[in-house]
Design a protein around this ligand. Structure first.
Ligand code: SF4
Length: 460
């Protein structure tokens, strides 16, 4: 994001203006009370709900009094809902936040949004840092913009667990890394921990800034706080548009190994004392260090899976499971590829290529399946994950002639609206691949999903 936009950091940009009803389940208490999609819940038991947390908190009994606005005639009508024990109210809202999203007040050196291509979609540049989304959706937040009242609300309502970015513990390092509000984040975090809130923490590790002695100090601090039940260390990622960084752990195997060595005593102590690993490294460190990813038990049930912690291990273990439990289906895929004279390629980012190749070899021992790793030229730098593949790179790097190919695209490269990060549509990409002679499908990047998608595609 350009420097001149930094004035926006502290603003709250409303996304929605109220608790608008998206759907009502037929026969539910909300349906019986006459609530319909398009209406707005103005108050619950006399309280104007700010978000889904207020709604759940206020409407947790057997009855609730609502005021509902109907935009068709501009009226606001009171109604009372009643339900049986365990019954849902039957109403869904258009958003989980009814008063807009809280944006961040930080200026993190490593903020990915400062490294986006100038033409990146506006929605990518929204710097959300809303504690409510930490509880409701698992977003990582810094807590630097949380007021005393909000901290109190988190504790009182038991908004636990929370996902919190720590990054560093020494005040000067924190300030240099995330900006002048850094102290506030730790102040609030201490308060939440004292109030019994469980925290999953994260450190974005930047070479030469918060690694080495600072990382050890941060881990020491976290180790002394049992409320932090998991702490994940992820490496700085940078793009070619970064004006600050041009190297990270992916470029330095020895530095990655050093991080692996530094965290091991913390993991060992946690296992001895608590039976869990607690301190974990993202997959990128093991890939960069040319080390095998640790076994599944290291990941404590994968509490930070979507932060890239344990995805490779989970994929490899699932591939072994599929090989054991569905050998017939695997053989059928290879047989059908042969019958149809097709070769198969699984598309992914460079970081996952070696791991996905393990499954490609299981899919076709006869060598009909391969992996196509797409280099990320759009972002450049060390960006190599599957979720950030863009259409421009995909279409430039896949062969012009795809006759006889079955191409499997990763679902994660598309957003909810089936758009890529550079704004192309899934439909257009599939059309283009078919124009080049390929059969193309989209699948979740997991052995089971691959297998199911391929069996379906090859059955016709
Ligand atoms: S990394 Fe997150 S918290 Fe830091 S400036 Fe960017 S959006 Fe804000």
């Amino acid at each position: 994001m350009a420097e001149q936009k930094r004035a926006d950091y502290a603003s709250t940009r409303p996304q929605t203006d109220g608790a608008w009803v998206a759907a009502v389940e037929e026969g539910s208490p909300a349906w019986e009370a006459g609530i319909e999609p398009g209406m707005r819940v103005v108050s619950v038991n006399g309280v104007e709900p700010r978000d889904l947390i207020d709604w759940r908190w206020e409407a947790d009994g057997g009855t609730c009094d609502l005021e509902v606005f109907d935009p068709r005639d501009g009226t606001t009508t009171p109604c009372t809902l009643e339900r049986e024990p365990g019954q849902d109210w039957g109403v869904d809202f258009t958003d989980v936040l009814f008063d807009g999203i809280r944006t961040c007040v930080n200026a993190c050196q490593f903020c990915f949004m400062t490294m986006l291509p100038p033409e990146a979609r506006a929605s990518l540049t929204l710097r959300d840092d809303d504690y409510r989304l930490s509880f409701l959706q698992g977003n990582f937040v810094t807590l630097t913009n949380v007021s005393d009242e909000e901290a109190e609300r988190i504790v009182t309502c038991g908004l636990s667990p929370m996902n919190v970015s720590i990054h560093a513990i020494t005040p000067e390092v924190r300030r240099s890394l995330i900006g002048r509000h850094a102290d506030r984040g730790i102040e609030v975090l201490e308060r939440l921990l004292a109030g019994g809130i469980e925290v999953h923490a994260q450190i974005v590790l930047c070479p030469g800034i918060n690694d080495g002695a600072e990382l050890a100090a941060t881990l020491d601090w976290a180790e002394a706080r049992p409320g932090i039940t998991s702490l994940a260390v992820v490496p700085l990622g940078y793009t070619k548009h970064s004006r600050r960084f041009n190297r990270s752990y992916s470029d330095d195997p020895e530095a990655a190994r050093e991080v692996v060595r530094l965290i091991e005593p913390y993991q060992r102590r946690a296992r001895e004392a608590l039976g869990i690993t607690r301190f974990q490294l993202s997959d990128e460190f093991y890939v960069a260090a040319r080390l095998e990813v640790p076994p599944a038990e290291t990941y404590d049930g994968y509490p930070q899976f979507y932060d890239g912690i344990g995805m490779l291990r989970s994929f490899l273990d699932e591939a072994s499971l599929v090989a054991r439990e569905r050998p017939g289906d695997l053989a059928l895929v290879d047989e059908r590829l042969g019958e149809k004279g097709l070769r198969l390629t699984l598309v992914c980012g460079e970081a996952a290529a070696e791991t996905i190749d393990v499954f490609a070899r299981l899919l076709s021992p006869s060598g009909r399946a391969s992996v196509t790793a797409i280099r990320n030229d759009y972002f450049g730098g060390d960006v190599n994950v599957t979720g950030l593949i863009v259409s421009e790179d995909l279409l430039a790097q896949l062969p012009k002639d795809l006759n006889g190919m079955l191409v499997v695209l990763p679902e994660v490269m598309f957003n909810f609206d089936k758009l890529t990060l550079d704004g192309d549509t899934q439909e257009r990409i599939l059309d283009e691949l078919e124009r080049r002679g390929a059969r193309a499908i989209v699948s979740v990047t997991s052995p089971t999903d691959y297998l199911d998608a391929l069996l379906a595609a090859l059955s016709s």
